[in-house]
Design a protein around this ligand. Structure first.
Ligand code: ZN
Length: 308
């Protein structure tokens, strides 16, 4: 099953045709893309039948209309230094426990859009993002996937100057500028993936591949992260978990390379999909044009019109 946020409305794709969830369920389930996670088990049980009973697709074309599939999570967890060779390229030692920070949820954005570059050095970090489906407290790694609604592609965009500054580095602030958390294009449920613990992911800048790895290379895999986090905090339905980035970020390259106006960043997770961000300085020129025709959406428009 694939879920998307189409113009702020939850859309489900069971057999290749997108369906508006509220319409296909005749109002049983809300159109709010965030609300589904509080009723995940019921949704999982009932929506396939509802889709099968529909005569025709109940959603319009998706292109250029996608918002963040999880627009308003109550908590966003992010993991640093979770791939051996990425820890090495940043100069940090390998962590004995997961390094945890947050991306403040206002930075979330849809999978295709324009990101305004703030002052500093903005870097890319492609990541697998996990979406929590039910309250999780002290769960074992063995059962951790039972608490996952699905996975999606994410970019943990990071402004390195502020991130590394000071005796206590500002990871969370430096990674939370508007548009710094694009996710999508879809949430894909684990059953739809051959092996959710071993997914290829990567990204390219202007067509040049800069990151490519497999999630099986993580130091702490998804089950271990959920287990360890849930020993301290309660994970809530609809929470996001950015699982860390593999090697190949701009700060680890020689010479160092950061995102510049006009750059195009494409990111993918195999079996899940791909995203594309374009970087600009100042206000995006495309903010006033129609997303349906331009295919490019300013983050302000995503926030106000499409449930972020
Ligand atoms: Zn990251």
């Amino acid at each position: 099953m694939r879920l998307t946020n189409v113009r702020g409305r939850l859309t489900v794709d069971v057999d290749g045709n997108p369906h508006d969830v509220e319409r296909v369920s005749r109002g049983v389930f809300s159109s709010d893309p965030q609300a589904v996670y509080d009723r995940w088990d019921e949704f999982w049980d009932r929506i396939p039948e509802m889709v099968a009973a529909a005569d025709e697709p109940t959603s319009g074309p998706l292109a250029g209309a996608l918002g963040p599939v999880v627009p308003f999570p109550r908590q966003v967890f992010a993991i640093g230094l979770n791939y051996v060779n990425h820890a090495a390229e940043t100069g940090f030692e390998l962590p004995a426990d997961p390094v945890v920070f947050t991306k403040f949820s206002s930075c979330l954005a849809g999978p295709f859009g324009v990101v305004v570059l703030p002052e500093g050095e903005v870097d890319w970090e492609v990541e697998l993002v996990v979406v929590i489906s039910r309250e999780a407290s002290a769960v074992t790694a063995e059962h951790a996937w039972e608490y996952v609604a699905g996975v999606t592609v994410g970019q943990d965009l990071s402004e390195r100057v502020a991130q590394m500054q000071g005796s206590a580095p500002q990871f969370s602030l430096a990674k939370s500028h508007p548009g710094f958390g694009p996710i999508g294009p879809a949430l894909v449920t684990p059953d739809a993936l051959a092996n959710p613990d071993d997914l290829e992911l990567g990204c390219s800048v202007n067509g040049l591949e800069v990151q490519r790895a497999r999630t099986s290379d993580m130091i702490f895999g998804v089950p271990e992260l959920i287990s360890r986090l849930s020993r301290t905090v309660t994970l809530l339905p609809g929470d996001l978990l950015f699982t860390g980035t593999p090697p190949g970020v701009g700060m680890g390259r020689t010479p160092r390379r950061f995102l510049r106006p006009g750059d195009q960043l494409k990111s993918f997770v195999d079996g899940v999909g791909a995203m594309r961000q374009t970087f600009v300085t100042g206000l995006p020129e495309t903010a006033s044009s129609s997303p349906a025709t331009s295919g490019v959406v300013g983050t302000d428009k995503l926030h106000s019109t499409w449930g972020r």
